[in-house]
Design a protein around this ligand. Structure first.
Ligand SMILES: Cc1ncc(COP(=O)(O)O)c(C=O)c1O
Length: 379
């Protein structure tokens, strides 16, 4: 079946739920046994819950994977994946990534002996050099947040496998509608379903998908053992969002590309970082491994932080808020907001400077969004 059909139907069969067309919310902690030593399919909601199972099946099918897992948040998903590793393991981590992932590696796992080694995965020679020193995994994010740099998924997964490391990719920014890393040889995909997958800024959640039974067994064990699961109400909200994922992604993509082109022409704007623009240094790679660009990108203003703060104060339709991927347009300043937990030297090295703005373009009418930016820039 094709993506849009899977998004609507995968994981749910009305006949299994008294004919309910929508997956019911099984708001129960425990399930009755049929008799002594005769459990039903579900026993206890940390180990398994029908609403969560519907979401997990759906997530796996959308990513083209065999095994899906739903978590309480994106960070719970990431933490559970990293718990597969042991003290003494090295993980090669893309040097440009979401601040919360960086914080998890530095402030949670480094002290427990799991060492993140930061490498620019766009540089094959450095990646190979670090892999040759020994690594359990390579952690990819593409496109990166907020710089919109891309990593060649196929090349990095192949390189990782040559050195017996697994490849893990955070696919939050594009959702499986525009990029399916497993098809390029990546072993594990992680998501913050808080973003495009749920799409309405009304729930936090995370996901992990893999094709490999061995990895799935370890992740499933850890999900239950650590209790990082998503609750049934949240699973329902994510499932409801997924039904319109394809439609929303098309609209986010169209609006964001139009606004990126418009910003590129503005005299106040010094750079637009959007992989769909020909000016993006990895535009050719974008065309190879992505079928669209999503709705999030960043740009710089000539006037530095003062000009940025002025724009943030003046917009009316854009909401000044962290997060991304919802139906409404958001705007934010990475240095003082989403990436405030990253130290100044690392930010500078990543190119996240005070003149940078990140936008998450929603599905409003693009003319209204452009008018809002136009008025805010022009006042
Ligand atoms: C790329 C990326 N990965 C992971 C996360 C963490 O997800 P959550 O906030 O759902 O824990 C985020 C959140 O902003 C993100 O942008």
């Amino acid at each position: 079946m094709k993506f849009k059909t899977l998004a609507v139907h995968s994981g749910h069969n009305p006949a299994d739920h008294l004919g309910a067309v929508m997956t019911p919310i099984y708001q129960t902690s425990t399930f009755a046994f049929r008799g002594v030593n005769q459990p039903n399919e579900f026993e206890y909601s940390r180990s398994g819950n029908p609403t969560r199972k519907a979401l997990e099946t759906c997530l796996a099918s959308l990513e083209g994977g065999a095994h899906g897992f739903a978590f309480a948040t994106g960070m719970a998903a990431e933490t559970t994946v990293v718990l597969m590793f042991s003290s003494g393991d090295r993980i090669i981590v893309h040097s440009d990534l979401y601040g919360g992932t960086f914080r998890m590696f530095e402030k949670v796992f480094r002290g427990k002996g799991i060492e993140a080694v930061y490498v620019d995965l766009r540089d094959a020679a450095s990646t190979e050099r670090e892999l040759a020193r020994g690594a359990a995994a390579v952690w990819i994010e593409s496109p990166t947040n907020p710089m919109m740099n891309l990593v060649d998924l196929k090349a990095v997964a192949e390189l990782a496998h040559r050195f017996d490391a697994i490849a893990i990719c955070d696919n939050t920014f594009l959702s499986p509608y525009f990029q399916r890393p497993l098809e390029f040889g990546v072993d594990i995909v992680v998501h913050s379903t808080t973003k495009y997958i749920s799409g309405h800024s009304d729930v936090v959640g995370g996901a992990v998908v893999t094709n490999q039974a061995g990895l799935a067994e370890r992740i499933g064990f850890l999900q239950n053992a650590t209790g990082t699961v998503a609750g049934p109400q949240d699973c329902f909200l994510v499932l409801r969002g997924i039904k319109t994922l394809a439609l929303r992604m098309e609209e986010h993509n169209r609006n964001a590309l139009a606004i990126a082109h418009w910003l590129e022409q503005r005299p106040e704007v010094s750079e637009v970082r959007h992989p769909g623009l020909e000016s993006h240094p990895q535009h050719a790679l974008a065309l190879r491994q992505m079928s669209g660009y999503g709705g999030t990108f960043s740009f710089r203003l000539d006037g530095g932080q003062d000009a940025v703060f002025q724009l943030l104060e003046r917009v009316r339709l854009f909401t000044l808020a962290e997060s991304l991927g919802g139906v409404e347009s958001l705007i934010e300043h990475p240095v003082t907001m989403t990436h405030a937990s990253v130290d100044a030297a690392t930010l500078a090295q990543m190119g996240i400077t005070a003149d940078l703005i990140r936008v998450s373009i929603g599905i409003e009418d693009v003319e209204d969004l452009i008018a809002d930016l136009d008025a805010a820039l022009g006042e």
